[in-house]
Ligand binder design. Structure first.
Ligand code: T1G
Ligand code: NAD
Length: 703
């Protein structure tokens, strides 16, 4: 037996234990070890039944995703065939009980379904998350799951990729028994009970495959849902095709079709991008100069200053993680308004089934409104979210230094201001950091953590860890104007407005970016966030702009006539009482008039040019932020844009997208824009250098 798979015997019941930490992935050696164990069990007459279980914290979390890269780059021969192993298990003459704890995901659930019985602890999760990697189950998951759980459940699980709890897997028929207490003990006892029963091969169980009449509407609804909720993604539709094959073809034929669809997806750019994202979300948590063992500051109580749009959401996020939080405002009216918003947001979450009322009641008790700093002395962490103005921020931080205990973390939610300058308002800059949440803070997953010159490693490590605890993806960035996300967003928005001033319509710009996969077009995003927010920031920094450089004017002019977007009922679009956007030809006339006054010739602009100018503006500025060290890795930028700006995950993020298109092509296009549109499009030195060295952004390493 190998170290990865152990076989032991317990009075007639064999136990196969998989030990491949941290998640018992089916890495090379694991399937082989299982196969040897099954052969021995089959041959050993003293064995009446067997249990297969995962060592450590989980059952099997799937195939080894790291192996896919080798497969698609032709570096690996593809190794052991999982489907063959699963048939071997299914054909074993002794009943095999799969004992599940932690996660049975992907190839792990496929492995479990090849067994004759499945038992699980209540906390276990089961799922086919492959579509989140741009692939589909590749080891008969789309063929065995509908046979156990029925067509509707199987198509839902394979198409959306979300895990289900063990109790739901029991009611769906995926598992046979929930086990309280020690899993191995319970599973061996269960195996003893069923040892003399006939084995049940999942592949022969066709009673739940339904009839064409029953299934047609299920697949139609699933496809429509996938096209809406997973817009632009190929894998969910392929997963639906594969499950549908299970209802129409014999098992072996269905498996063949699944395999073809699996390989098509695996070799797609979408899958490469989504696997990049999978590892990227884990990579961003690693800070090269902050060792894993850096001591963390315990965060058991917190406080938020300002209960406006952001402060309220931030207080909810902390309370949702079980952290008692003070919420301070300037006056009762502002406090009541902030609390009313919080209650409204929680009510919406209960309505959507995200939280139970009981959960919300508990959380609301953790949010303590106040008009003074009196109890701030107990806070381990304070997050400031007052108006965006340096003078006010410094005033607040000077006050926080006076009232907060030594060692407390003082964080600012500023979206653009200099963290070092804010920190200078206190004698303890080592405790000051930026925690830049995104609106709505209780929904958006991204947390840009801004490192100041003096911010201590303990404070950074603590905030990175806290981001996980509060359900966010923390990405560490340097302290420059707009940090990384907003710094790149500025040229992106600039180009979208330039395109309007050169003759494109609001609808053309937004639909081009929407079709590219952005959650919303740049102009609709402006209307949502408030055009005045950007206007105020542009005015604050106007003095820093280089003279003679073209400035976008249409957005400012809209604000000058009071069109701030949704909050004023009109911006680039008009809005009805339900905040639905209505195209407004009046805007096109206004922009055309302003452009004529500015002497900007109007022209036809292609969809491709719109996409290239907006996306490559992101890439070019991202390359600068990377080279200047404000972003640690290109993947950090990708994770920022996927989780904070609605960039399509199946394109991997702006930097990965550029690598996919080919930096040579991107550079050539940017040079073209540079020639046509001037200095703003000067290619980033890093981009130029990587092209000369025939390298990619993913090859770039700060060190
Ligand atoms: N392969 C390789 N490495 C993996 C892995 C996997 N399947 N899952 C996790 N890791 C690494 C991860 O990169 C990290 O590494 C460490 O393990 C801990 O992970 C045939 C084709 C199970 C819920 O999609 O969802 O099966 O950063 O930080 O928060 O049809 O990991 O420490 O170096 O996420 O406790 C389908 C993916 C594969 C599940 C645990 N399976 N994993 O979460 O730990 S495709 C998945 C997860 C497939 C079949 C198809 C989570 C987890 P490092 P972690 P965690
Ligand atoms: P907001 O105007 O909605 O709320 C600010 C709140 O701060 C107001 O309720 C105000 O009464 C309160 N306040 C002002 N001075 C105070 C003081 N001394 N003590 C306590 N409360 C005080 O603003 P917002 O949109 O929530 O922005 C807050 C901060 O978050 C800003 O720095 C902004 O740049 C940043 N931010 C905003 C967004 C966004 O999309 N709105 C996103 C990320 C970051």
């Amino acid at each position: 037996m190998s170290d990865l798979v152990q076989l032991t015997k317990n009075n007639g019941i064999a136990v196969v234990t998989i030990n491949n930490p941290p998640v018992n992935a089916l890495s090379p050696g694991v399937p082989e070890g299982i196969a040897v164990a099954i052969e021995q069990i089959d041959k050993d007459d003293s064995v009446r039944a067997a249990v297969l279980i995962g060592g450590g914290k989980t059952f099997v979390a799937g195939a080894d995703i790291k192996e896919f890269g080798k497969l698609t780059s032709g570096k690996s021969g593809g190794g052991f065939e999982l489907p063959a192993l699963l048939l071997k298990i299914e054909d074993c003459r002794k009943p095999i009980v799969m004992a599940i704890h932690g996660s049975a995901f992907g190839g792990g659930l496929e492995l479990a379904m090849s067994g004759h019985y499945r038992v699980a602890v209540p906390a276990a999760q089961l799922g086919q998350p492959e579509v989140k990697l741009g692939i589909i189950p590749g080891a008969a998951g789309t063929q065995r799951l509908p046979r156990l759980a029925g067509v509707a459940k199987a198509v839902e699980m394979c198409a959306d990729g979300n895990p289900i709890k063990a109790v739901d897997a029991l009611s769906a028929g995926i598992i046979d028994h929930l086990l309280e207490g020690d899993l191995l003990t319970g599973a061996v006892a269960f195996a003893r009970e069923i040892a003399d029963k006939a084995v049940r091969k999942t592949r022969d169980r066709n009673d739940k495959l339904g009839s064409p009449e029953q299934n047609t509407p299920i697949f139609a609804a699933a496809r429509e849902n996938a096209r809406k909720k997973q817009r632009g993604m190929l894998a969910p539709l392929a997963a639906i095709d594969a499950v549908e094959a299970a209802t129409k073809l014999p098992f072996e034929e269905g498996c063949k079709l699944e395999r073809k669809l699996f390989m098509d997806c695996l070799f797609s750019d979408q899958s490469k991008a989504l696997i990049h994202v999978f590892f990227g979300e884990r990579e961003v948590a690693k800070i090269p100069d902050i060792p894993k063992e850096t001591p963390l500051i315990p965060i058991s109580t917190a406080a938020v200053v300002g209960a406006g749009t952001m402060g309220g959401g931030i207080a909810m996020v902390l309370a949702n993680a079980g952290i008692p939080v003070l919420l301070k405002e300037t006056d009762q009216a502002a406090l009541d308004k902030g609390l009313a918003n919080i209650q409204k947001n929680y009510a919406a979450s209960v309505k959507r089934g995200r939280f139970t009322q009981a959960f919300v009641d508990e959380r609301l008790k953790l949010i303590q409104p106040t008009l003074s700093y009196d109890s701030f002395a107990n806070a381990d962490l304070v997050i400031e979210a007052v108006f965006e103005g340096m003078a006010l921020k410094k005033e607040v931080f000077a006050e926080l230094d006076r009232v907060c205990k030594p060692g407390a973390i003082l964080a600012s939610n500023t979206s653009t201001l200099n963290i070092d300058e804010i920190a200078a308002a206190t004698p303890r800059p080592q405790s000051v950091i930026g925690t830049h949440f995104f609106s709505p803070a209780n929904v958006m997953r991204l947390l840009e953590i801004v490192r100041g010159k003096a911010t201590s490693k303990e404070v950074i490590a603590t905030c990175m860890q806290l981001s996980k605890k509060i359900g966010k993806i923390g990405v560490l960035v340097g302290n420059c104007r707009g940090f990384v996300g907003n710094r790149m967003f500025h040229p992106y928005v600039r180009e979208s407005i330039f395109l309007l001033e050169e003759g494109a319509s609001v609808e053309a710009v937004d639909s081009a970016m929407y079709d590219f996969g952005m959650a919303m077009g740049p102009l609709a995003v402006g209307d949502l966030a408030g055009l005045d927010v950007g206007w105020r920031i542009r005015k604050e920094y106007r003095h820093l702009e280089k003279p003679g450089i073209r400035q976008a004017f249409a957005g400012d002019k809209l604000c000058e006539i009071g069109r701030y977007g949704q909050k004023t009922g009109a911006g680039w679009y008009k809005y009805d009482e339900n905040r639905r956007a209505i195209p407004d030809p009046g805007v096109a006339q206004l922009v055309a008039k302003w452009s004529a006054e500015a002497g900007i010739p109007q022209r036809e602009i292609s969809k491709q040019e719109i996409v290239d100018r907006c996306v490559y503006a992101l890439v070019n500025e991202g390359a600068r932020a990377l080279e200047e060290g404000y972003a640690l890795r290109a993947v950090d930028i990708d994770i920022i844009y996927l989780n904070g700006y609605g960039f399509p995950s199946y394109r991997g993020g702006p930097m990965w997208y550029a690598d996919t298109v080919g930096l040579k092509n991107v550079y050539a296009r940017i040079q073209e824009f540079h020639k046509k549109h001037g200095e703003l499009w000067e290619p980033a030195p890093l981009l130029k250098r990587l092209v000369e060295e025939n390298k990619k952004f993913t090859d770039f390493n700060q060190q």
